[in-house]
Design a protein around this ligand. Structure first.
Ligand code: 7RM
Length: 647
């Protein structure tokens, strides 16, 4: 990360905005005009947009309710339904035969799901959920591979007012259990398994394992038989998705839900404790999903084929694989497998075959594809591409340039989108066809979004770096942390007395006002675009009976962005690094496995007993130790660590 910051600091290339005929924003003038509307009437402009862009069942009269900060509410006395906005609305507009989802399986199977078909399936699934006792206000956990049934399950929840919580399919059974219990889910929807690198990644056994302890709120498990693997079956609890859907009615009225009804909970890592359940609303979230599709990607639902490669288990998958494209009435591509299977040409073949015009992926994927060589993209006709997006972590200028030249042929704008699980949708975006781009910069805030860089006292910083904050509530902001209002206030608002939303990222602005994200300022790692708390990994390590103490830090990695380094102090018993890696994979998931493990005799601590993680970071980054170590309890600890081989 630090190396990357160094290179970004010296980046001065600027690429003029490409010309986009009829683009949503086609000049800086358009951008400023929209910003001005917000300046003149912030809440009124949001309200106008909400009225025009969403279909309401009950019109709202309240714009922003800020009577109980930081618990903001938007359009609170209105009512609507997300599934109706994503499906019925388009079918009624005559778009029933348009493809909503093009799904491609790893073995090359292709399914086209039209809006009419998707609506019917969602109604059936909603009826099945009703018959299993799920009601508005209940929570449903979805632990699924990347298949259309996942979208159907999410939209069915939205249709009946059940709050979904999608758990990434590579999370372990104990992570899954934690989330099921925290959300007190009534139903879990899963599949037998999913395709993974030519084989099958089983899912149901993890759910069985999770449900074997606790999880008393779960009444049923709804299982999509997809991968064809054998699964054990618990009579009375487990239900077969396909047979129940086939027997159910294809009609189900969408209920009108208040704007603030929780659409979903998505767990994300922070610097302390277990992952937090980030809660998103119905109206505000959906509005921004739609507007950012149209604004950030210049998305044209009647022409574009949009492919977001993110897994549905992350916020990017929620907003830009499912809700964004569907609320716009467009076509979204869903690919089940890994992007490099059977080879690194797969992604580009899909782009060619499906005529993908807007492609959205993570820098880590770009770096892996660069490594595979230009021969792969050069074998495919990529002329359908129009806009290229990135998300999840800072993009290094080299990867940006490759994306721009080799994939976009210097024709397609690169849209580097900065945002978070908590923000619901994009925040900083170089608007395509309106803004000049700079490799590694997320450019400027979208109209309606007010961001600043502040110093530790909360003073605005005009030059140099500081903390990135949002100064005004916006409709798609998180509504809180599920079941823990105090944690919401503490994590995001307390530092500056509730004045600003604290994003947790460091940033700086250049002379043109462009934002450059410098990465997390807290103990959160970004590994291949996946967010992981160092504390979470430390707790997983310490939960092993042989481990006395552990400290986890990140180090720069060319492919993953950050790699995980763990310093582990063992008890009497001996254990090897492989066992510890497996243990972390079982506790959290394979993505959290430490890359480097140092089995050490002690950890550097201050006199008050705090682990000096900064110093450990310097060690793994092979930097000179600049920190004053005179406060160290035992300087020999450092000498020992420096002499410890990595495993
Ligand atoms: C969408 C998503 C959020 C964290 C965020 C940043 C980092 C995301 C960018 C980025 C630099 C970007 N949600 N991040 N996008 N850093 N440039 N364009 O990733 O909740 O999983 O992670 O990811 O640190 O705080 S997330």
């Amino acid at each position: 990360m630090v190396d990357m910051i160094e290179s970004v600091l010296h980046e001065d290339r600027v690429f003029k905005a490409a010309v986009g005929e009829g683009a949503c924003f086609s000049s800086m003038g358009d951008y400023h005009a929209m910003c001005r509307r917000f300046e003149e009437d912030y809440e009124g402009t949001w309200a106008d947009l909400a009225r025009t862009h969403l279909r309401w069942r009950e019109a709202f009269t309240q714009d922003l309710d800020d009577s109980n900060p930081p618990f903001y509410r938007w359009f609170a006395d209105g009512a609507l339904n997300v599934a109706e906005n994503c499906l019925d609305r388009h079918v009624q507009a005559g778009l029933g035969e348009r493809t909503a989802i093009v799904w491609e399986g790893e073995q090359g199977e292709v399914r086209h799901l039209t809006y009419a078909y998707l609506l019917e399936q969602v109604c059936r699934a909603a009826n099945v959920m009703h018959s299993l006792g799920v009601e508005a206000g209940d929570r449903v956990v979805i632990y699924m591979p990347m298949i259309p049934e996942t979208a159907i399950a999410m939209l069915a929840c939205a249709r009946i007012g059940a709050t979904h919580s999608v758990v990434f399919g590579a999370f372990s059974s104990s992570s899954l259990r934690d989330r099921i219990e925290d959300a007190a889910a009534r139903l879990v929807i899963t599949a037998d398994g999913g395709a993974r690198r030519g084989g099958v990644h089983a899912l149901k056994p993890f759910v069985d394992e999770a449900l074997s302890e606790g999880c008393h709120t779960v009444e049923h498990l709804l299982v999509v038989k997809h991968a064809g693997c054998d699964v054990s079956w618990k009579a009375g609890r487990d239900c077969d998705w396909h047979s129940l859907l086939a027997e159910s009615s294809p009609e189900c009225a969408a209920i009108a839900l208040p704007s603030e009804h929780p659409l979903f909970i998505l767990y994300t890592s922070g610097s302390t404790g277990k992952p937090k359940g980030i809660v998103h609303s119905t109206a505000g979230y959906l509005l921004w999903a739609r507007l950012t599709m149209l604004w950030s990607f210049d998305y044209r639902p009647d022409q574009d084929v949009f492919w977001c490669t993110a897994d549905v288990g992350w916020i990017t998958g929620h907003t830009y694989l499912i809700y964004g494209p569907l609320v716009c009435g467009g076509t979204t591509v869903m690919y089940e497998g890994v992007p490099t299977y059977p080879d690194a040409g797969r992604v580009w073949q899909i782009c060619e075959r499906l005529s993908v015009s807007v492609f959205y992926t993570a820098p880590t994927a770009i770096r892996a594809l660069i490594k595979a060589g230009d021969v792969w993209p050069n074998r495919s006709d990529l002329s359908s591409l129009r806009v290229l997006g990135t998300v999840g972590e800072p993009i290094n200028p080299e990867a940006w340039m490759w994306y721009y030249r080799v994939i976009g042929k210097e024709r397609c704008p690169i849209v580097d989108t900065w945002w978070q699980t908590e923000t619901g949708g994009h925040m900083l975006v170089p608007l395509p066809f309106a803004m000049a781009t700079k490799p590694g910069s997320a450019a400027l805030p979208l109209p309606g979004i007010q961001v600043e860089i502040v110093d530790e006292e909360g003073g605005k910083v005009s030059h140099g770096g500081g903390l990135l904050v949002v100064t005004k509530p916006w409709p798609s902001m998180l509504r809180g942390v599920w079941g823990d209002p105090a944690r919401y206030v503490e994590t995001y608002w307390n530092l500056f007395d509730g004045q600003y939303y604290i994003a947790g990222d460091g940033a700086r602005r250049d002379g043109d006002g462009y934002f450059w994200i410098m990465g997390r300022v807290d103990d959160v790692l970004n590994v291949s675009g996946h967010r992981l708390g160092t504390m979470e990994i430390e707790s997983a390590l310490v939960s092993h009976h042989a481990v006395a103490e552990a400290a986890v830090v990140g180090r720069a990695d060319d492919l993953k962005g950050e790699a995980i380094c763990a310093f582990v102090v063992l008890k009497e018993s001996r254990v090897d690094a492989l066992t510890l890696r497996k243990h972390v994979a079982a506790e959290i998931g394979p993505i959290a496995k430490p890359d480097d493990i140092y089995l050490v005799e002690g950890l550097p601590k201050t006199r008050s007993g705090k682990i000096m993680r900064r110093l450990l970071r310097d060690i793994v980054m092979k930097r000179d130790i600049v920190q004053d170590v005179s406060t160290l309890e035992d300087r020999a600890v450092i000498e020992h660590i420096l002499a410890t081989p990595v495993q």
